[in-house]
Structure formats: structure tokens, C-alpha cells
Design a protein around this ligand. Structure first.
Ligand code: E4P
Length: 218
């Protein structure tokens, strides 16, 4: 499973990259705003800075909601760096834009997906990635992981190449469960990735090894 980090924070991105397990980055307008990145030029420069930090795919989201606007914005974003994946909302205009980008060889991430039907449409439009938001479904007492399982079934039935990018991952167990049910990618905050490291038996075992070494070696 690929690991993406879901942030526009350069320090967090660098820390995940330095760990050696990062395959890419996803951002959205809220995450950019959280880092205080505003204005077209600053936003484009920030995407360039992210691309310089990581080796993998960097999802950059369009703001336009009409087809022409999405195409114009998406083409400008894709021209920034070959790592850029154009992130498009799951709307009628978004599906049209996704199809357009797919015929032009521009990679896409269809975002704000909350149903199997939406994921099916994204695959048919040639999306590179589809982003079901599992955390936001959990927030409204709906099983987000179940959606991933259902999309996996449908995509496998027809051998769709669109990759399932489990998004809105909030914690470490989300990552583990996404891996169990065959999500192609997960995107979550740095804390969810670092949480995978933790086990008390690792900590106590290491402490014992070091203590025993110290006894014998002074
Ligand atoms: C997806 O790409 C979004 O950026 C993100 O995963 C949303 O997560 P949230 O529901 O925690 O805001």
C-alpha cells in the first residue's frame, strides 16, 4: 500500500519523507489555508516546494467548479511539475473534467467521494485515484471502511485501474484496516503514520537489550 501524507505543512512532509516510507502528498484548500498559504502565486509556489521535498505524487486541488475553469486550473497545476496530480471534486463538471484530463494524459484524483456509485463514475471517467473519505463517514456514524471494501469489490469485478486512495484517514488503525481490505493508497496526517511505530513490547524489549549490553560492557 502506498503512503501519502495529508498536509500542506512542509516540516511534516519532510519528516515523513526522511522516514523513507512516503509515496506522495495530498493537499486540499482547507489544508493550504491552515498553513496560511493564500494567493494564486503563493499557492503555486507552495506546490512547487512540496514537489521538491518528495519523490512521489502531489495532489493539487482545483478551486473552480465549472468544467472550463477546472480544465484551465488543472492544466496550469499539471504544468508546474510532472509529480502533480490534479484533484477534482466529485461533481458532474468534475467527472467531465476528469475524462478530459484522462484523454490528455494528465493524472487526476477525484475527491469528496462518499459512495460506490461515485467511485464507479470516477473510474469510468479514467481517474488515476479515487478518494473515499472514510473519517468523515465515520463522523456521521457510517462505516467508512465498508465503503473501501465495496469499491474494491466493484473495481476488481471490472479490473478498473483507478487506484483506491483511502482519504480522511484519522488514525493508525484506519491505516492498518485499509491495508487489510486492499486500499491501494492511504492518506493521513503524520501522527497516524508515526503511530504505526508504537508498541510497548518494542520499548521494553529494547530497554532490556540495552541494559543487558551495559551490564556486560560497562
Ligand atoms: C483528502 O485528500 C482530504 O485532503 C482529506 O483526507 C480530508 O481529511 P479530513 O476529513 O480529516 O479533513
Amino acid at each position: 500500500m502506498k503512503f501519502f501524507i495529508d498536509t500542506a505543512n512542509l516540516a511534516d512532509i519532510k519528516e515523513a519523507q526522511d522516514l523513507g516510507v512516503l509515496d506522495g502528498v495530498t493537499t486540499n484548500p482547507s489544508l493550504m489555508a491552515k498553513e496560511g498559504i493564500t494567493g494564486e502565486e503563493n499557492i503555486l509556489n507552495h506546490y512547487k516546494a512540496i514537489c521538491e521535498l518528495v519523490d512521489g505524487d502531489v495532489s493539487a486541488e482545483v478551486i473552480s467548479t465549472d468544467f472550463e475553469g477546472m480544465v484551465k486550473e488543472g492544466e496550469a497545476l499539471a504544468a508546474l511539475n510532472p509529480q502533480i496530480v490534479v484533484k477534482i471534486p466529485m461533481t458532474k463538471e468534475g467527472v467531465k473534467a476528469c475524462k478530459y484530463f484522462s484523454t490528455k494524459g494528465i493524472r487526476t484524483n477525484v475527491t469528496l467521494v462518499f459512495s460506490v456509485g461515485q467511485a464507479l463514475l470516477a473510474a469510468k471517467a479514467g481517474a488515476t485515484y479515487v478518494s473515499p473519505f472514510i473519517g468523515r463517514l465515520d463522523d456521521i456514524s457510517t462505516d467508512g471502511l465498508n465503503l473501501i471494501e465495496e469499491i474494491r469489490l466493484v473495481y476488481d469485478n471490472y479490473l478498473y485501474e483507478t487506484q483506491i486512495l483511502a482519504a480522511s484517514v484519522r488514525n493508525t488503525m484506519h491505516i492498518v484496516n485499509c491495508a487489510k481490505i486492499g486500499a491501494d493508497v492511504m492518506t493521513g496526517p503524520l501522527s497516524s503514520i508515526l503511530g504505526l511505530l508504537k508498541h510497548p513490547l518494542t520499548d521494553s524489549g529494547l530497554a532490556q537489550f540495552l541494559a543487558d549490553y551495559a551490564k556486560g560492557n560497562g
